[in-house]
Design a protein around this ligand. Structure first.
Ligand SMILES: [Zn+2]
Length: 344
């Protein structure tokens, strides 16, 4: 049986080893740091991603799906990365290379070192269920802690959404419950603009009336803020994501509000008590995916939940090139009288 030294020598003959300069010349390469957490925390090579050696096999394909591009692996000295390079070759990567001398030599040569932002031990413990998921990890959790999500409406949909956004660790949650559509047109422009000026990245729509919904849509189209839409009525719930540039807006789907007699509000038509909880948490799920940049958000898709049947249905929705707000030649480019627009 070979000793560790012999095994290392043997492995090094089977893999490609490059020095720092050679590694930097590899075009389109992904740099992967395979050291332990505590080593990474003390500094890493800028631009590298962190996959500890112990989870390399299970995580590399999610983090580096392209097998054809070079992968530069490094550890502290070039030993663990040599074994890692062999593993990646076995997994079908075309050109895994090991950085000779590792991070120690990199640092010794005076090359640039980045310091990671890390979760405090307390937060690491609190969000461990998230950070255990490879798609989220500590990086994703830090992103959530930095994210700014606005809830418009703190009623049935907004309340469960607020609860789960806070539990997920979203760092900045805004809740606006005031009826932002009021009698004066000037007033409502100022209100929505003042609210959105706070730099919200995502809006969760928990509004319960059409004028506010159209106002929110227009404001968010003009500002490029994605809106997580949700609506409930009796036994039915709907969820979608309106993200300008990637899919339709609310007006593409509903160019005009339905006549009042066909669209009674929940206070008039009723709603099953649990439905806001179902739809509000589905909206939260979409908001978290958008904040993390993972998964397939409900862009261009309307998810319909039938509580009586216990069924989900999905409708494909397309951007309307003639949409008056997000279309090719928009005709609505500033705020209109939304109360009047919805009363027509
Ligand atoms: Zn549109």
């Amino acid at each position: 049986m070979p000793s560790y030294r012999e095994l290392l020598q043997q492995t090094k003959t089977e893999i490609e080893e490059v020095d720092a300069r050679g590694a930097q010349e590899l075009e389109g390469a992904t740099w992967v740091d395979v050291r332990r957490h505590d080593e990474w925390d003390e500094g890493y090579i800028p631009g590298a991603i962190h996959i500890p050696r112990g989870s390399l096999e299970s995580r590399i394909e999610t983090r580096v799906p392209d097998h054809s591009k070079p992968v530069v692996l490094y550890c502290a000295s070039g030993e663990r990365s040599a074994f890692a390079a062999k593993t990646l070759a076995e997994l079908g990567y075309d050109r895994p290379v090991s950085l000779a001398g590792g991070f120690t030599d990199w640092k010794r040569n005076g090359s640039e070192v980045a310091l990671p932002r890390t979760l405090s031990p307390e937060k690491r413990a609190r969000y461990s269920r998230h950070t255990l998921i490879p798609e989220i990890g500590e990086e994703g959790q830090l992103r959530l802690l930095d994210s700014k999500i606005l809830l418009l409406g703190a009623g049935g949909l907004g309340s469960p959404a607020a609860l789960y956004l806070a539990a997920a660790g979203v760092g900045h949650i805004g809740i606006v419950d005031a009826d932002i559509v009021d009698e004066s047109n000037l007033q409502r422009q100022m209100n929505i603009d003042q609210i959105l000026d706070d730099g919200w990245e995502i809006v969760v729509d928990g509004t319960d009336n059409f004028p506010t919904r159209y106002l929110l849509n227009d404001a968010c189209v003009w500002r490029g803020i994605p809106v997580v839409y949700g609506s409930i009525y009796r036994f039915e719930g709907q969820v979608s994501v309106f993200k300008v540039g990637d899919g339709p807006c609310y007006r593409c789907l509903f160019p005009a509000p339905p006549p009042p007699e066909l669209a009674p509000s929940c206070s008039e038509g009723g709603v099953l008590g649990v439905l806001p909880g179902v739809v509000g948490t589905l909206q939260t799920n979409e908001a978290l995916k958008l904040a993390l940049g993972i998964g397939e958000p409900l862009i261009g898709r309307l998810l319909i939940y039938d509580a009586l049947a216990g069924e989900f249905d999905e409708m494909r929705i397309k951007r309307n090139p003639d949409c008056p707000v997000c279309g090719e030649h928009p005709t609505i480019t500033e705020y209109v009288d939304y109360v009047e627009f919805c009363a027509r």
